[in-house]
Design a protein around this ligand. Sequence first.
Ligand code: ATP
Length: 513
Amino acid sequence: MAQEDVFKKLVSHCKEYGFIFPSSEIYDGLGAVYDYGQMGVELKNNIKKYWWDSMVLLNENIVGIDSAIFMHPTIWKASGHVDAFNDPLIDNRDSKKRYRADVLIEDQLAKYDEKINKEVAKAAKRFKEAFDEEQFRATNPRILENQAKREALHARFAKALNDNNLEELRQIILDEEIVCPISGTRNWTDVRQFNLMFSTEMGSTSDGAMKVYLRPETAQGIFVNYLNVQKTGRMKIPFGIAQIGKAFRNEIVARQFIFRVREFEQMEMQFFVRPGSELEWFAKWKETRLKWHKALGFGDANYRYHDHDKLAHYANAATDIEFQMPFGFKEVEGIHSRTNFDLSQHESYSGKNIKYFDPELNESYTPYIIETSIGVDRMFLSIISASYCEEKLENGETRVVLKLPAALAPVKLAVMPLVKKDGLPEKARQIIDDLKFHFHYQYDEKDSIGKRYRRQDAIGTPYCITIDHQTLEDNCVTIRHRDTMEQERVAITDLKNIIADKVSITSLLKKLL
Ligand code: ATP
């Protein structure tokens, strides 16, 4: 199945099974805003718990906070967001559609990669075992030509971005003959900068209301509180502050479902270190965070680092962790060495001394910061797209199954009496009364067992338990495993241990040590 079709199916699956609904749907929706349904919220909460515990439980020197969404507007001046949190936008005059100029060019770069990869795949098929990919890439004239074009475009693009040269960005789009995917024309406007922050007004005084912003990242709430936390928590450098919360960006082009939305959640951890030690810590967090992703078991080949060519003005190192989504490798998390830029800016704009006194060095300094920043919604998308499977069964039917990591699954077990009589529902209820304190469960007595299994497969429930007539005699049930569909007979008294071992967040956290 083409990747696009898989993606479409995924989106409708998310809706059909209560994971994600378009926001304000009965009013025809609101662009790039989504609501999480009864299954979605459970999966999302489990993702957040996995992240939070990996930071706050596993590290003595990391604590959490929950700062307000509204902050003093000067914070966004100091952080650079008021002046520079922009994306370059361009309109097509014929379709009236708006695009990000940088994304149009990135897509063009990806097209060169695609051409090269197609050429390689074709040759691999033709030459079979005798194929030497490295040699082919180094010598094939068509590949070399495309590679040269790609490199030239990349260099020109990076320079235009670094120089903030909007005319040059437009010229690149014209020279590369990039057309609007809707109108198919090259009738482009000039490129303009567009600020991504949402603003609103707070209070109503005789002098007028104050313009405030909806935060575009949670990080600043950590920076302006770092000394409060350090002092009240008696934290010693190096230490970290973690936060999960909503962020808002007025994205120009918001496509690809929950990949790029206007209201989203971030999980950010800012790690405060001694000046000079930041690159060592950057390397450590880069590794630690990749391990966190890989522990989910989707296969190491689905992840890669993308080190930034163009560093933000405040950073001295930056990388993204990318995941293979149905539409290619995409950023899920950013890890940035932010130097002491943020704290220095807040010191200068607030006029307050927010230096840290280091008792070991007996001196004060502005700490350097390593940031790990991941979007909950993007993480959700990566997990659900990697878990979605359509499997042909022996009887010719197809089952749709979400092979979610058991620890993240919204429902951990389904309890099903084989029939709705003979005391089986009552026995099922007894089992539930014991297990409900430990696991999120569903009780299902409707339809055939096969249909009930399909319903649970579709929401990714790792275990189904069937109560039959024999259960009343031997106090054993059949437990069915989602991925293998294997069934085994186990004692009711063993159920809790069997399930707990696999579905707890602890089982994931242990892989990180
Ligand atoms: P992009 O280049 O995709 O716009 P970014 O580099 O601006 O992302 P950061 O500012 O580093 O992103 O934000 C950290 C993380 O927050 C991203 O890795 C992503 O997971 C998430 N994120 C950022 N913007 C959005 C958005 N509009 N919708 C969903 N998640 C987002």
